[in-house]
Structures are given as C-alpha cells and as structure tokens.
Design a protein around this ligand. Structure first.
Ligand SMILES: Nc1ncnc2c1ncn2[C@@H]1O[C@H](COP(=O)(O)OP(=O)(O)OP(=O)(O)O)[C@@H](O)[C@H]1O
Ligand SMILES: [Mg+2]
Length: 287
C-alpha cells in the first residue's frame, strides 16, 4: 500500500565514542543499517549495548563520532544547524520511556508543545492537539494535569504529542517500559495504527512479546547489530494486532516463535535437531 522500498535512513559504519583515554568506550562500534519507508523496526539487546545511543543519533539529538548517516538521501553531516532543528521538529517524533510530559502544563498544552515553533496560531495549535487527543480517545482528558493520568494514559498523551507534527519517522525508546502488560498492548495497538498509515517506526523494547507488532526485529550487542530479521510478513501481523486485548498473548507467542526460528537460522545453531533425535532414540530404547 503506502509501503515503498525507498530507504529513509542509511547508516554506514556508524560509531559513537564516549570518554577519552582509559575511559574511552564505543557505545556504537560500526552500525550498518538501512531502514525503508514504512518499516516498523523493533530493536532489542542487553542494557548498555547502544540502543538509546543509536536512536539519539537517528533522531539528531546526538552526533556520530565516525561513519555516515544518510537521511532521505542526504548526509546529515551536511545539514546546517537550522536544517537539523527543522528535521527534528517536523520529520521526527520521539516517545520516551519516562513519558517526559511537562508537569506544569495540562494535557492539551503538552500535546501542542511541538507546534510552538510552527507558523500556526495558538488557537490552531490547540485545535490540532485536541484532534490528536481525540484519536487517542483522550478527548475528555484535555484539561487534566499529567499527574492526574494513569501511566497508560500518560504514555498515550506522549505519543499524541510525538505525532502532532505529523512526523514520518517515529522513534520510541522503550515506550512501554513503565507500563503493565495490558497498557503496553494498548500502546502497541496505537503504534500499529500509526504504522499502518505509512509511517516508519523504530522502537526499542526489552519485551520480546511486543516485537510481534514489528515488521523487522533487530538485536544489538556491544554496539553492533547482532541479528536482523527483516522479512516478517506484516500482513500476517496486522490482524493479530487488531484482536481484542485478551487474545493478544496467544498471537504474540505464535509470532514470537517464528521470529526466534529465523534468528536461530541466522546464527546457525542447529543444535535442537540432534537433541530431538536423542530423545526419540531414548523413547525407542524404553519401549
Ligand atoms: N553521555 C554518555 N557519556 C558516557 N557514556 C555514555 C553516555 N551515554 C551512553 N554511554 C555509554 O554507552 C553505552 C550504551 O549506552 P545506551 O544508553 O545506548 O545503552 P542502551 O542499550 O540504551 O541501554 P539500556 O537498555 O539500559 O537503556 C553504555 O555503556 C553507556 O554507559
Ligand atoms: Mg536505553
């Protein structure tokens, strides 16, 4: 449908070094990655492997020490600082684990915040924010303060805020990290809807159950990409994401198995087969 094969993001040999001398450490140690328009990528990996660092660089919140980052066919190193700011404001939406709502502002003002620097009147900004909140079924919470919301509602406000500018790339760093399982699936349903509209999503998660919503699963290890499962059939997953929440767990498990198998193939670990044979032989011997 809205999917195309145009790469939106191309990373080549991307490195990010922190510290100097003895304290020198590569948070990213040569990442090669091509992201096509309309992909929904889940990034997993142990703590400290560089997931947040990678998202920050993709979102132009940080710069690589080495390597190349090409966004929409243009090397970001060639961007002026005003172009950097524009891309951040209009093309990229961020969702963080800890919600990051401004506590002093009510819900609608929080959602309207990214529009502050657009050439839109205050009234129009609030209208846009209000529309966005309605799509997240939060219309009745417009004038609540952040502390009056549940964790799930807070995160939905944060997603509404990330989307109010109509960004084409959504970066989410453990968007469900602070939520219970049910709220996590609600958030994932919302992200799935955003994905279906043709947006590109890159999401970091520690929860393998949530990778079922993604069309591609990447694992990182020590600042590099360790495995990349590209060809998950999105069409199979979409109906799964639509199912009532109660059924989500079952679907999740089914898809997860598929992903694990593919990853196992990539890593060439065919150890299970001999194990099965041994069991079978034992059974035979017992009978
Ligand atoms: N500003 C910084 N200064 C120094 N080191 C940093 C900085 N930011 C990150 N690092 C280091 O880079 C490595 C990767 O960090 P990063 O935050 O990307 O990990 P992560 O995969 O997101 O981990 P987690 O799952 O815990 O969020 C870590 O070892 C971390 O200590
Ligand atoms: Mg992180």
């Amino acid at each position: 449908m809205s999917k195309s094969t145009t790469p939106v993001i191309e990373l080549k040999g991307l490195k990010r070094r922190f510290g100097v001398g003895d304290a020198e450490q590569y948070a990213l140690d040569g990442v090669d990655l091509t992201v096509k328009k309309g992909e929904f990528i889940a990034i997993m990996g142990p703590s400290g492997c560089g997931k947040t660092t990678l998202l920050n660089i993709i979102g132009l919140l940080d710069r690589a020490t080495d390597g190349e980052y090409v966004l929409d066919g243009r090397n970001v190193e060639d961007f002026s600082s005003s172009r950097h700011a524009k891309v951040r404001a209009h093309q990229i939406g961020f969702v963080f684990q800890n919600f990051n709502l401004v506590e002093r502002l009510n819900v609608i003002e929080n959602v309207a915040l990214p529009l502050t620097y657009s050439h839109v009147s205050h009234l129009k900004r609030l209208e846009r924010a209000s529309e966005m909140l309605k799509t997240f079924h939060l219309g009745e919470r417009e004038y609540y303060m952040p502390w009056q919301l549940s964790g799930g509602q807070t995160q939905r406000v944060a997603i509404a805020r990330a989307l109010v500018n109509d960004p084409s790339i959504i970066l989410a760093d453990e968007p469900t990290g602070n939520l219970d399982s049910r709220s996590s699936h609600v958030i994932m349903e919302e992200l799935s809807e955003v994905h279906k509209k043709g947006n590109t999503i890159i999401m970091v998660t520690h929860n393998p159950n949530l990778t079922t919503y993604a069309s591609r699963v990447i694992t990182m290890l020590d600042g590099r990409i360790d495995s990349d499962t590209k060809d998950i059939v999105v069409e199979e997953k979409k109906p799964a994401a639509k199912r009532p929440l109660g059924k989500a767990t079952k679907t999740t498990k089914a898809t997860k198995t598929k992903t694990t198998k593919k990853r196992a193939t990539t890593k060439a670990k065919p150890k299970k087969k001999p194990a099965k044979k041994t069991t079978a032989k034992k059974k035979e011997a017992n009978t």
